[in-house]
Design a protein around this ligand. Structure first.
Ligand code: AKG
Ligand code: FE2
Length: 311
């Protein structure tokens, strides 16, 4: 059993438009993948491996700096957007019942002029590289949202209309650069992982992996290891999209285990968490009212408080 790979060439980022007819094959294949696995690999999306590596390289330079150079950019130190910034090792628990995750992260969540970006010589280009990649991921996400609306025979704008403010402080969409430092697995705490078992919160997530390590739970309840396919982007359904589609698309649990004992490699990945606008009201798109309506902003706040504790 493995995650399906879908060719997105007909609507890749260098194409201006695609007709409904051209989108038929990818949309059918994506519908199957999102109903059965919650995950799909998109190849030929238009985002190249070189673009991904540019972000990973500059991020690695940031993470390898001493703690005191990273602290000024900490998450929660930016009043206009509390999610923007650096997350230190073991701070976050994506599985709230287990010890903190063995990862560091940098969240690009705001472009407000008051945001202070890392700008030392060691990380020259950090802001431009993250900003450019955020915009590329935004473009691809909007295309995916259009195709999946079509796949469910809905108005093609139904999801797009709730994602009008990506890249502003009225929308929580976040580019997260993840760095998993070397770990001595035998020293880890009981139950501690690189990334605890969780499902994502928003509408969809784009994931670019530097190497393998991700595991995804199948509908039959077993975890399977996911390959890293250079040049392909892994797209998954997140919890709000599952609600929105009245469970037709599934948001499945996934995790990153510790490396085997003796493996001292690092791991990097880039996750682009697409969120509906804070004010967008999410109601089941089949009119079933299976779940009560909730706004994008309220739902996200509730989920953050679970991963970081109530402090
Ligand atoms: O690093 C990965 O491959 C997965 C990360 C992830 O699932 C997340 O941060 O939500
Ligand atoms: Fe995730």
């Amino acid at each position: 059993m493995s995650i399906p790979v879908v060719d997105f060439s007909v609507y890749n980022l260098s194409k201006r438009e695609a007709t409904d007819e051209q989108l038929q094959t990818p949309s059918k294949e994506m519908k199957n993948a999102f109903s059965q696995f919650g995950f799909v690999f998109l190849k030929n999306s238009g985002i190249s491996q070189e673009e991904v590596e540019r972000v990973m390289d500059i991020s690695e330079k940031f993470f390898l700096q001493p703690e005191e150079l990273k602290k000024p950019f900490s998450r929660k130190s930016f009043p206009n957007n509390p999610n923007h910034g650096w997350v230190s090792l073991e701070t976050e628990r994506l599985n709230p019942s287990q010890p903190g995750d063995l990862k560091e992260a940098f969240n690009t969540a705001s472009f407000h002029p008051d945001i202070k970006w890392p700008s030392s010589e060691a990380v020259r280009g950090f802001e431009e590289i993250h900003t450019t990649f955020f915009q590329r991921c935004k473009e691809l996400s909007l295309r995916v949202l259009r195709v999946i609306a079509q796949s469910l025979a809905l108005d093609p704008d139904v999801f797009l209309d709730a994602h009008r403010f990506i890249g502003t402080d009225e929308n929580g969409t976040t580019l997260r650069s993840l760095y998993y430092p070397p770990v001595k697995s035998e020293m880890a705490k009981e139950g501690q992982l690189r990334c605890g078992e969780h499902s994502d919160y928003g509408s969809i997530t784009l994931l670019f992996q530097g190497s393998k390590g991700l595991q995804v739970c199948t509908l039959s309840g077993e975890f399977i290891s996911v390959p890293s396919i250079p040049g392909a982007v892994l797209v998954n359904i997140a919890d709000l999209m599952q609600r929105w589609t009245s469970d037709q698309f599934v948001s499945v649990r996934h995790r990153v285990l510790l490396p085997p004992v003796g493996d001292s490699s690092t791991r990097q990945s880039l996750a682009y968490f697409v969120q509906p606008d804070d004010e967008a009201l999410i109601t089941c798109c089949d009119g079933s009212d299976k779940y009560p309506p909730v706004t994008g902003g309220d739902y996200l706040m509730q989920r953050f408080s679970e991963s970081y504790g109530k402090s």
